[in-house]
Each structure stands twice: as C-alpha cells, then as structure tokens.
Design a protein around this ligand. Structure first.
Ligand SMILES: [Zn+2]
Length: 131
C-alpha cells in the first residue's frame, strides 16, 4: 500500500456504514432469486403431475436477481432437478447473471446455471425448499 501523498487530504469520512448497504442489497437480490425458485417449485410439481414428455418441456421462470424479470425458460424436469438439488444454485437466461453476486458454473444454449457467492449464498441456502 502506498503512503498517502503529502499535501493531499486523506479521506477518513466514509459514507455511513457502506458495508451494511451492500449487505442488505445482496440479500435482497438473493431473496428475489429465492422467490422465483419458489414459483418454479410449483411449476415443477404441476409438470410432474401432468407428466410432461421430454419433447414438451415445462416452462419455468428465470431465477435471476431482477425482481421484475419473470422471463420464461424451458427446462426438462431432470435439468431442473440438477440445479435445484443445490441450495445455492439458480438458473437464469444467458446475460441475466450478475458476476458481483454469483458465478457461472454451467452454461447452456438457453440457460446458465449460477452459484451464489458471499452473503447471498447464505440467504439462498436458508430458503432452499428441499430438505
Ligand atoms: Zn432474468
């Protein structure tokens, strides 16, 4: 770390608790994803009840952190389950991933699987709907 240059004021006054701001923001984003995940759990249940064929994939909603997204993604129940068994993973449309709060673990033509990092990860695992 370089020493502060002489003659230049060192800024010591940080904005009020900046860490808390980003903390709650990160959690909020994770909550959005968890909300879409809950919607998808119901979609999957209905898809299984109606015995979707492999050629007729059920339509899920994008699980990105944008609360107004709600875009649709077709996944097979198997593909869905592959993501869902991980408490910290979500699937989103390509380009809907947010590198600051998650990392891409798998990339397909129609969707991307992301794994939560940081505080969002705790929030995601706390709300994981699977035992
Ligand atoms: Zn999205």
């Amino acid at each position: 770390m370089a020493e502060p240059r002489p003659g230049r004021a060192v800024v010591t006054q940080a904005p009020e608790n900046p860490q808390n701001v980003s903390m709650s923001h990160e959690k909020k984003l994770a909550q959005n994803e968890a909300m879409f995940r809950q919607v998808n759990e119901n979609i999957e249940k209905a898809a299984i009840e109606h015995r979707y064929e492999a050629t007729e994939l059920p339509v899920f909603v994008c699980e990105c952190s944008n609360e107004v997204c709600g875009d649709l993604i077709r996944l097979s129940v198997t593909q869905y389950e592959d993501v869902r068994r991980h408490g910290d993973r979500f699937f989103v449309l390509p380009g809907h991933e947010v590198p600051e709060i998650e990392r891409v673990v798998e990339r397909y033509e129609t969707y991307v699987v992301v794994e939560k990092t940081g505080l969002g990860r705790d929030a995601a695992e706390e709300t994981h709907p699977r035992p």
